[in-house]
Ligand binder design. Structure first.
Ligand code: SF4
Length: 294
């Protein structure tokens, strides 16, 4: 029995994120009724946790009615992903609190710690101010633990990582990071333009000062690449990573394009912390020279 219903909910997205290759202008907003039916069906099977992702689900006209349905049929938990600019509207958030299941987590995308950096990534002037306003509204109306800032480690975002982490620390909210993933394996996918090497991501993440456990949770970062760069930065941290590996789990990879088996996976001792699979598009782009089994 699934423990969570994951719903893709599409509304009109006003952003043009540099790493996104979805033709948002061709996405048709969802209809409310089929989504409500899925929620009711899952509730009958005993599912009480709802994860909403998609192309700006908060911009979907029926979002509050959908959340209300989920709450009415017994959903207790909500994980909310997607551009969060609408959360800057306190009236809307108050309506959301009334409609939604009682336990909520908000995953708020942030790609810079100042307007110039963030707005350049999402392609909209004023977007950073709205994200900060959303964080302010959530700080007034929700507990800090209900909010996690999510970033994507593109070449442009890497220099901002320390400041983004500092911002989340100052607000006492969570932080999570993913490497970019392609939508398709074609030369025109923005993945090829925006994706740094594994070592570049590892160096930038280490520079944030996050502890080793948090570094090991960066989605898409190979444990061997992180370990190689930790060894350069601090042998004590590299040793701590080796100590944590046996009880670690692979960071989830949200890729939609094929993964391939790492040629070292059969003998590599990082495997408890690594799925043993790597993104084929990454190997096409940057090769596999950073693989460094332990
Ligand atoms: S299995 Fe491959 S990708 Fe994973 S840590 Fe080992 S060498 Fe790196």
């Amino acid at each position: 029995m699934p423990s969570e219903l994951k719903l893709n909910v599409n509304g009109p997205c006003g952003q043009r994120c540099e790493f996104c290759s979805i033709a948002t202008d061709r996405i048709r907003p969802d209809s409310l009724e089929p989504l409500q039916e899925r929620v009711r069906g899952a509730a009958k099977e005993g599912v009480h946790a709802l994860r909403i992702t998609g192309i700006d689900p908060l911009a979907f006209a029926g979002i509050l009615a959908l959340l209300e349905t989920a709450r009415d049929v017994g959903f207790t938990h909500l994980e909310l992903h997607g551009p969060s600019v609408r959360l800057s509207d306190e009236t809307f958030v108050r309506a959301l609190l009334t409609a939604a299941p009682p336990y909520r987590r908000y995953h708020v995308p942030l790609y810079g710690a100042d307007a110039a950096s963030h707005d350049a990534v999402v392609g909209v002037t004023g977007a950073f101010d709205r994200v900060l306003a959303a964080l302010d509204v959530l700080a007034r109306l929700e507990a800090p633990r209900a909010v996690t800032v999510h970033t994507v480690c593109t070449l442009r975002v890497l220099p901002s990582l320390p400041a983004i982490v500092a911002l989340t620390r100052a607000r006492n909210i969570g932080f999570a990071a993913d490497l970019p993933f392609p939508e398709r394996e074609t030369p025109d996918d923005p993945y090829r333009r925006v994706t740094p090497t594994q070592h570049e991501v590892a160096d930038a993440m280490i520079a944030t000062g996050l502890d080793v456990e948090q570094l090991m949770r960066v989605s898409g970062l190979w444990p061997c690449a992180l370990h190689t760069r930790l060894t350069h930065a601090s042998e004590a941290k590299a040793a701590r990573m080796r100590m944590l590996v046996p009880s670690a789990h692979p960071a989830s990879i949200g890729a939609r394009t094929p993964l391939v088996r790492c040629p070292q996976a059969g003998t590599c001792r990082f495997v408890p912390a690594c799925s043993g699979e790597i993104l084929r598009a990454y190997v096409t782009l940057h090769g596999d020279g950073e693989l460094a089994p332990w």
